[in-house]
Design a binder for this molecule. Structure first.
Ligand code: 3NM
Ligand code: MG
Length: 516
């Protein structure tokens, strides 16, 4: 087997510490894992002396040869040479790649740990066969990692090496398990280069049944996550704004027919308003802030809104738990990063949530979307503050963030921008009175969540349906004679949301002619 045809799908990295291995025999655990479908194995042992390393490596090699999969040694080129295995894996602080290549020859498989674009580019130039890109998520298995880079950092590296590293294979490492593996592969993918697999220590080595664990992981590696399944049917997606708008009534009608659940974890200020809006657009609201309930609620085919407007450390744990539940079940999730840049707690909540799961849609004002993108600009309060971006920059920001997260981003303002990374639109419906009442952005998240609950085939279309339904209702409400200001605007808005739902279901689409 040459370095070129190695299967990196499920890369097992061993650990010899009792914390992970317990009192079990390393070779037996590895054999069970190979039985379960591990495709490549690295012997990583930071504790044993050289004699033990060599004898254990020999035993492991006898087993991996029976399964016809490559065995690599972490760090210790001498051990690899001594037993004649297929290659080595070296870190940034180990012997350099060029020297390792000289010692091991051109047929050896040599992998390198990288956590930055520069390290990745250098490893490609120096002839690495594969890169171990990490650390994906913070992990107790290796606490001295240089940096946790997540899916966005990994995607950046993949993009940067797409050209010079055409033949370089890549795996992600760090905190990957059966809950996270599908999202890791999906969200870190760049259109020009994707991961070839995942490297795993504890989710296999520490598993009660390493064979079963490997089987499950391998099947997850081979299957797209529930939240991606629909987006594979890319070919059907309408590219043109006009064509998309034509499909909006179908989505709005489906909400009325299916009455999906909109599960809101939201702040006290908007709970009542959001529930009324959900009812008006044809959905069934439930305001439930405890994460435990999400494990039941996610089974009802609805969607989840996480609105961090009332975040507490305990609340954050609840959001994370609910996010995991919906991701596993496959239900859509909308993030409303209210006031994301305003306080340290909110900034860290956004980071934790983005690392902890997948959001189909992230909706926020300019300041919030900038914070989500990683800007450190200090935000005052939860209003959007003065704008610093022109329209072209706003469009670029939502597009880049959507491409990075592989979801849909909505930036609200006088003009709303939405993008799925490849299609970006600006919508100028709405009314100034929306800025004079509380929670107008939050309940837009609720509206969008209901559209997603009935269709995730084209998330951008569902988001657009929610946006137009809501912003045009606001326009119609504000123009009513009985609306004298913010106070009378609120009930009128709820009425007009309801009227649009009714009219659309009855086939009357005159309201949609206002779309702009
Ligand atoms: N290298 P687990 S993280 C060996 O970031 C190793 O380079 C890492 O263990 C890196 O799958 C890591 O149990 C440990 O999280 C991965
Ligand atoms: Mg090392």
């Amino acid at each position: 087997m040459g370095p070129g045809d190695v299967d990196y799908s499920l890369y097992l990295v061993t650990d010899s510490t009792s914390a992970i291995l317990g009192d079990r025999d390393l070779v037996e655990v590895v054999e069970a894992a190979l039985n379960g479908g591990v495709t490549i194995c690295q012997y990583r042992d930071k504790v044993s002396d050289t004699a033990t390393l060599v004898s254990t490596a020999r035993k492991l090699h006898a087993v991996t040869q029976r399964y016809n999969i490559p065995l690599l040694i972490n760090d210790r080129i001498d051990v690899a040479l001594a037993i004649g295995c297929e290659g080595v894996h070296i870190g940034q602080d180990d012997l350099d790649l060029k020297t390792a290549r000289k010692l091991l020859g051109k047929d050896a498989i040599i992998g390198v740990t990288v956590s930055t674009v520069e390290e990745a580019q250098k490893a490609c130039r120096d002839g690495a066969d594969y890169l171990g890109i990490g650390t994906m998520f913070a992990t107790p298995t290796k606490t001295n990692t240089k940096s946790v880079i997540g899916t966005s950092g990994t995607q950046q590296i993949l993009q940067a090496i797409a050209d010079e590293g055409k033949n370089v294979r890549t795996v992600s490492i760090g905190g990957i398990n059966s809950e996270t593996v599908q999202r890791v592969l999906y969200q870190s993918a760049h259109p020009t280069k994707q991961l070839d697999g995942v490297a795993i220590v504890s989710a296999i080595m520490a598993a009660k049944d390493p064979k079963k664990a490997a089987e499950k992981l391998l099947s997850l590696v081979k299957t797209p996550p529930p939240f991606a399944a629909a987006s594979l049917a890319n070919t059907k997606k309408k590219q043109d704004a006009g064509d998309l708008i034509d499909q909006v009534p179908m989505i709005i009608k489906a909400v009325g027919e299916k009455t999906p659940l909109s599960h809101n974890m939201t702040n006290m200020v908007v709970q009542n308003f959001a529930a009324n809006v959900a009812l008006a657009v044809g959905g069934s609201p439930i305001m439930a802030n405890h994460g435990e309930e999400a494990t039941d609620l996610c089974k009802f085919g609805g969607s989840l809104v996480i609105n961090i407007g009332g975040v507490t450390p305990e609340g954050l744990q609840n959001y994370s738990r609910a996010l995991r539940a919906y991701n596993l079940e496959g239900g859509p999730v909308v993030l409303d990063p209210v006031g994301a840049g305003a306080t340290a707690l909110r900034r860290s909540a956004v980071k934790t949530l983005l690392a902890g799961g997948y959001f189909d849609v992230i909706k926020g004002n300019e300041g919030e979307i900038k914070t989500v993108f990683g800007s450190t600009a200090q935000q005052r309060g939860v209003d959007s503050g003065p704008s610093t971006l022109d329209d072209a920059e706003k469009a670029a920001l939502v597009r880049d963030l959507a491409a990075r997260e592989r979801n849909v981003i909505v930036m609200t303002g006088a003009t709303d921008f939405l993008s799925d990374g490849s299609r970006t639109f600006a919508i100028s419906n709405g009314h100034e009175l929306l800025g004079r009442i509380t929670g107008s952005g939050c309940v837009l998240g609720t509206t969008i969540s209901l559209m997603l609950a009935v269709s995730r085939e084209d998330k951008l279309l569902s988001t657009l349906a929610g946006l137009l339904h809501y912003e045009i209702a606001a326009e119609i409400a504000a123009a009513r004679e009985d609306v004298k200001g913010p106070g009378t605007f609120v009930p009128a808005l709820i009425d007009e949301l309801y009227n649009i739902q009714k009219a659309t279901t009855a086939g009357d689409l005159r309201w949609l002619e206002k779309a702009k």
